[in-house]
Design a protein around this ligand. Structure first.
Ligand SMILES: Cc1ncc(COP(=O)(O)O)c(C=O)c1O
Length: 416
């Protein structure tokens, strides 16, 4: 986009609005110009979700309303199911795309894969381990946690000891805990579970990792990947995305206790997903049609265009290194204790001694960059979080990463 639009985006939008009816712009190059102007008028959104989305994704959201059983929509939904498999690197998994947020993924696991009174083990590397625990207990599971120290992931030794002490129906991990920026070694967790307790299902909360961290569902032996639209997948919030392995589907099919949820029941959703994938519409509850179109657009960019998925992951690593190196040079300390356990899609940084959120977060806003405060209850007021997922990390032309690192330098130079 030209500097002119960046400098006067609001003017540009109003000129376009006067020039023609907004509805007439849809689908033509003016429409994308219009969306680019709107995006450029906003500060760079650098929180760890919801993230910035591409103009093409914004454009897909603005399509006219359409029925979920329309002939044009059915293959779009089917493609989304197939491309979801590609993103998590699975050929055998069963995807579920359901209107809802990431939390609905926890409900799907808790409602369909564990029966009241069965044991679940939660590997706790931050805030989201507690919420997943809460959700599992809501459905009657007996939950134990193995808790890592703040800034660390649970060790394989601690996991092995827990698995040897009790039989668990499932083990959950938060691939990236968004409250700490800690990355759990999902491959190692799955290996340990398969070696020590092969019948235990391995559940991965990938809300803050899918499409920004390396993830090989089939090769690593993950039974469920649950995620959401608003982070690495590059779409606004509203879509719960779950992929279940054949072993997980078998556990679901052989359960004897009734499913304690109506909306999250795979008995309702499995036939719907199968129908759409085979090219037929089906109805249980109305899917978010426009969001599915937007998801289709983003998945097409991720799986069919340049950069490839592998290159995309590498670009997230590079963006992450850029932020983490800049922060280290400014003397800022990461919440993640070990660089090998630090996420690539976000960075959590302690404030320098004597500073708090009110001294720092508004200064980022003055630099045109929105960052997030702390979330982990025990250190909430001592740190902040920067997101660098999706187009922010992948599309260099946007200049988001430069804005973020420039803002880091400006904020902390002026705080000295
Ligand atoms: C790791 C993780 N899991 C689960 C969730 C819950 O997702 P949602 O807020 O979309 O319900 C989040 C939200 O940020 C998250 O970061």
């Amino acid at each position: 986009m030209s500097t002119h639009f960046k400098q006067a985006p609001h003017k540009c939008v109003s000129i376009l609005c006067c020039w023609t009816d907004v509805h007439e712009l849809r689908g033509c190059s003016c429409w994308y110009l219009f969306l680019a102007c709107i995006s450029a008028s906003q500060p760079a959104y650098s929180v760890p979700g919801p993230i910035e989305v591409s103009d093409e994704v914004l454009g897909a959201l603005a399509l006219p309303s359409q029925s979920h059983v329309a002939a044009e929509f059915v293959p779009i939904f089917g493609d989304c199911l197939r491309m979801t498999r590609e993103v998590v690197m699975s050929t055998k998994g069963q995807p579920f795309l359901i209107s809802g947020s990431g939390t609905l993924g926890w409900d799907q696991v808790a409602a369909n894969l564990i029966q009241p009174g069965e044991n679940a083990l939660v590997l706790h590397s931050g805030y989201f381990g507690d919420s997943f625990t809460d959700c599992l207990e809501t459905y009657g599971a007996k939950v134990d946690q193995v808790k890592a120290e703040i800034g660390a992931a649970v060790s394989q030794d601690a996991l092995e000891a827990a698995l040897k002490a009790k039989n668990y129906r499932l083990v959950t991990m938060t691939h990236v805990d968004t409250s700490t920026g800690v990355l759990t070694d999902a491959k190692a967790v799955a290996e340990t579970v398969q070696r020590v307790s092969p019948d235990t299902l391995v559940i991965l909360d990938g809300v803050c990792s899918v499409a920004s961290e390396e993830l090989r569902m089939d090769a690593w032996g993950i039974d469920v990947v649950l995620t959401a639209s608003q982070k690495g997948l590059g779409v606004p919030p509203g879509l719960s995305i779950v992929v279940a392995s054949p072993a997980a589907i078998k556990v679901f099919e052989s359960r004897t206790a009734p499913i304690g949820s109506y909306y999250a029941s795979w008995k309702k959703w499995l036939p719907i997903m199968k129908a759409y994938e085979s090219g037929k519409p089906a109805y249980f509850a109305t899917p978010p049609v426009n969001l599915i179109y937007a998801y289709h657009e983003s998945l097409t960019q991720i799986t069919k265009k340049n950069p490839s998925l592998a290159e995309r992951i590498a670009l997230h690593r590079a963006a992450s290194a850029q932020v983490k190196d800049t922060a280290a040079a400014l003397g800022l300390k990461q919440v993640a204790l070990d660089p090998a356990s630090a996420a690539n899609g976000m960075t959590a940084l302690y404030y320098p001694e004597g500073l708090k959120a009110a001294d720092v977060v508004p200064k980022f806003a003055e630099q045109g960059v929105v960052v997030a405060g702390g979330l982990h209850a025990e250190i909430k007021d001592r740190y902040f979080r920067i997101g660098h997922m999706g187009v922010t990390a992948v599309d260099a032309q946007r200049g988001d990463m430069q804005r973020v690192t420039d803002a880091l330098k400006a904020v902390f130079a002026s705080s000295k």
